[in-house]
Design a protein around this ligand. Structure first.
Ligand code: GLN
Length: 300
């Protein structure tokens, strides 16, 4: 070995550029020892910056890293320590087994929203070539998860934000689903073509902004970095849900389902909205945390 026990390099040792030295190359191992973040989060950032798998982070953990990569990692590390969501730093988030690109223009897909997709897919069983409308699609997570699971489905996914629609369109292309998802810039039902067949949809789904204006959660954690318009209606939390429920009946085929995600305290209110709009079989379903998270009903 060319290294003495005190860690110095003996003068006659061959110098191999790019290999570790006792003078302290920066490696995955040394970066993971730095304070600030849980190792699980540091690993996600390292994997993203280096393009290495979790296994490579282990097997190559003493390999000296290029200074550029270290600088990029340190930049992301600092932003994460300052609170930025991991998903915005890496630009991706898994949802329903699929990888979605995300940016600060869109809400980061949540695990609890997978419930909405599961309930939707269960209610589309037996419905051949369903037409589904997703209101406020954001990254496209709900619409594209449905399209992926139902190769015979045609989706219309709309959002008021052109930036969100760019993210969603990119996701549709990346997932090979673009031919079956039509994206539309629209403020809720506003831009749905008047030339649509009357009541064209077998299902309407939405995860709208439902957080009450001024709710303390909006100024905490990841939510501080997410688009406010995707989180809150800037009112009582039910403003978007009222519009969605009220407009759904005339766009749904008879027997078609409306399914909406909502806040932890809103299930009874959303059921009341559905009842008042004449929906049948109105129900709420709990998420994995035991919270009534999704409410729906069927058009008469
Ligand atoms: N479930 C999200 C949260 O509370 C809110 C999503 C939404 O407003 N649609 O973090």
């Amino acid at each position: 070995m060319s290294q003495g026990q005190d860690g110095t390099t003996s003068p006659d040792s061959p110098v191999t550029p790019g290999t570790g030295s006792a003078s302290g190359s920066t490696t995955v191992e040394t970066l993971l020892r730095e304070p600030g973040l849980p190792p699980s989060e540091s690993r996600i950032l390292l994997s993203h910056v280096l393009g290495w798998s979790r296994t490579q982070l282990i097997t190559r953990d003493r390999e000296p890293l290029a200074p550029d990569a270290v600088a990029v990692y340190r930049g992301l590390h600092a932003r994460r320590v300052a609170g930025e969501p991991i998903a915005y730093l890496t630009g991706t988030r898994e949802f329903f087994g699929l990888t979605f690109a995300v940016s600060p223009s869109v809400l980061i897909p949540r695990p609890e929203t997978e419930l909405l997709v599961e309930l939707a897919l269960a209610r589309l069983e037996g419905c051949a070539s369903p037409r589904v409308l997703d209101l406020g699609t954001g990254s496209g997570a709900i619409a594209l998860a449905i399209a992926h699971s139902r190769p015979d489905a045609q989706l219309t996914a709309l959002d008021r934000s052109p930036d969100a629609l760019r993210v969603a369109t990119g996701n549709a292309q990346q997932l090979g689903l673009a031919s079956r998802v039509r994206f539309l810039e629209s403020d809720w039902y506003g831009a749905l073509a008047a030339d649509e067949a009357p009541a064209p949809f077998d299902m309407i789904v939405s995860n709208p902004p439902y957080i009450v204006a001024g709710d303390e959660h909006l100024s905490q954690g990841d939510l501080r970095f997410e688009p406010a318009d995707a989180l809150t209606d800037h009112a009582d939390g039910l403003a978007a849900l009222r519009i969605i429920v009220a407009g759904a009946v005339s766009r749904l085929k008879p027997g078609g389902w409306l399914l909406c995600e909502h806040g932890y305290h809103q299930a009874a209110d959303v059921r009341a909205l559905c009842d008042a709009a004449g929906f049948l079989d109105v129900f709420s379903e709990r998420d994995l945390a035991g919270i009534e998270r999704t409410t729906g009903g069927r058009r008469a």
